[in-house]
Design a protein around this ligand. Sequence first.
Ligand code: CP
Length: 313
Amino acid sequence: MRASGGWALRHFLQVLDASRDELAGIIDLAKRFRRGGYVGQPLRGKVAALLFEKPSTRTRVSFSSAVLRLGGDVIYLPSSELQLVRGEPLKDTARVLSRYVDVIVARLNLHSSLEEIVNYSSVPVINALTNLHHPCQALADIATMHEYAGGWRFKVAYIGDCGNVCRSLVQMCALFGIPITVASPKKYWLPAGEIQQYKEIASLAGGLLEFTEDPKAAAADVDFIYTDVFVSMGMEAEYEARLRDFLPRYRVTMKLFDVARPGAKFMHCMPIKRGEEVEEEVVESSRSIIFDQAEYRMHTSAALLAWIMGRTS
Ligand code: CP
C-alpha cells in the first residue's frame, strides 16, 4: 500500500516488523540525533496522535519531544477523554484519526486492539506498548548497548518477568545476532513456539538465545544485566503471587555482577520498583546506565518517526 506522500505505508507493532538493516539504519540515525542535535525539520507540517490507554512518562514525553524537535506537532489523546470510553469502536476511531493526523503512536492494553487500529488506519501506527510487545523500548535498549559496547560484540542477560519488554528485547537481540540468556521461573517463560522461532532467528544471525531458571548462569560473562518490574501495569491482582515466585532469587544485586564481565552495566526500562527486581545500590551505582537508556528513548523515537514517515533523507 502507498501512503499519500508516495512512500510505502509501514507500521511498527513489533521488532520483527522491520528488517535488521532497517533497524540498524534507525539506530544509526538516532545516534546522529544524539551526537549532532536535531538539524532540519523533517516532520514539519506533520501531526502525531499519541493515543494512550495507560500511564506513561518516558514514552509519552520522549515521543512528544521527538516530534517537536523534528518540527511536527503532537496531540496527546488519553483514551479516557475520547468517545472510546462511551463505546465508540476502535475501527471508527482509527479511520477518523487517520483523516486528522499523519501518524498514530498508541499505548493499548491489548495487542489485538492495536492490530484492529492498523486494520483500519491509513497512516503509520507505532506500538508504544501493549501487553505483548514494547518495540520502541527495545530500539532504545539496543542503541544504548551498542554505544556502551562500542559495536555489536556483547552479551546480554535478562533477569525476571518474560513480559512485553523481555519479548521485544529477545526479538531485537535475535535479529542482530547478540547472545542473550533469559533467567526466569519456567512458568513465566515465553511460549515454547516463540522461543523456538527466536532461537532460529538468532542462529541465522550468528547469535544464541537461551532460557534458564538460574540467574547466575544467565549473568555469567555478560556485558549487560537487564531487568524489568515483576508486576507490570494491569497485573496488580497477581502482585503477591508474583513476588513469591520471583523473590529473592531473581532480584538483581551487586553480588550478581561478580559473575558478569568486569565492566558489566545495569539496564532497566523504568519505572523501577527499588528493592523488588533490583537493589537500590545497583540502581545508584556506576554500573547503572538507566538514564542514558531513557535518553535514547527520545533519539530512537525520533529516528523511528523519520523512518516510518519516509523522512530520513
Ligand atoms: N519504559 C517505559 O515505557 O516507560 P513509561 O511507562 O514511563 O513510558
